[in-house]
Design a protein. Structure first.
Length: 223
């Protein structure tokens, strides 16, 4: 899938940068609840949960998304062991790390601190892009002035984002993926619509109407 998304040249208009999500252990949260704690031994983590992430990064994925859950008490979005020690140092990942939607600000509910504090912790842990929370946008200047973050860390994250945009060809043409003319000739074509219909048809599941359960009688219908 990574190779299918990214192809051999990210600047082409039929490719897109892959984002591996959600890093990590998102499916192992207690009781299957979003944002919940994940209590995990290193043995199980490395042998059962981490290999698919590693495989996707080995395939060349350009970005990775931090998960909402915490890992042994520390939210993934501000988990330096996860985003720096494991991802950067052990695995050698060179792309950028993005938060999940409002992942930075939602750490406030974890009791980690206010927006400025959680934003600083996320940046220092290895997060490069803050999606939607706007904590990086609105608080990092103050944190820098107070010595809570340093300019080298900010520059490193900015460099990764700019590098990704360069690879995607967005400096040459920021609208390369938004061509109405291309949409008319390459997307909703009769051949593509036919293929989409065939693919949809193959996913249908036929159910047996045992004992004539359907149609439901009017009193039993959901309103």
């Amino acid at each position: 899938m990574v190779q299918g998304y990214q192809g051999d040249n990210l600047s082409k208009n039929n490719t897109i940068m892959a984002c591996v999500k959600h890093f990590a252990l998102y499916g192992a949260a207690e009781s299957g609840r979003d944002y919940n704690t994940t209590d995990m031994s290193l043995n199980r983590m490395y042998n059962e949960y981490l290999p698919p992430y590693k495989a996707a990064l080995d395939a060349g994925a350009g970005s990775i998304m931090a998960s909402f859950n915490d890992i042994n008490g520390i939210p993934a979005t501000a988990n330096k062991w996860l985003l720096t020690d494991l991802l950067r140092k052990q695995w050698g990942f060179k792309g950028f790390v993005v938060s999940d939607y409002t992942g930075v600000s939602e750490m406030i509910e974890h009791g980690i601190g206010n927006l400025q504090q959680v934003s600083g912790r996320a940046l220092n842990a290895g997060l490069d892009m803050d999606m939607v929370s706007e904590g990086f946008l609105t608080t990092l200047k103050k944190s820098l002035a107070e010595g809570k973050v340093n300019i080298a860390t900010i520059n490193a994250s900015c460099r990764l984002i700019l590098e990704a945009k360069y690879k995607l060809g967005l400096f040459d043409d920021p609208y390369r993926y938004c061509s109405e003319e291309r949409a008319k000739t390459e997307i909703l074509t009769p051949a593509n619509l036919k293929l989409a219909r065939e693919a949809a048809a193959q996913t249908f599941v036929l159910l047996k109407n045992q004992n004539h359960t359907l149609p439901l009688k009017k009193p039993a219908q959901l309103r």
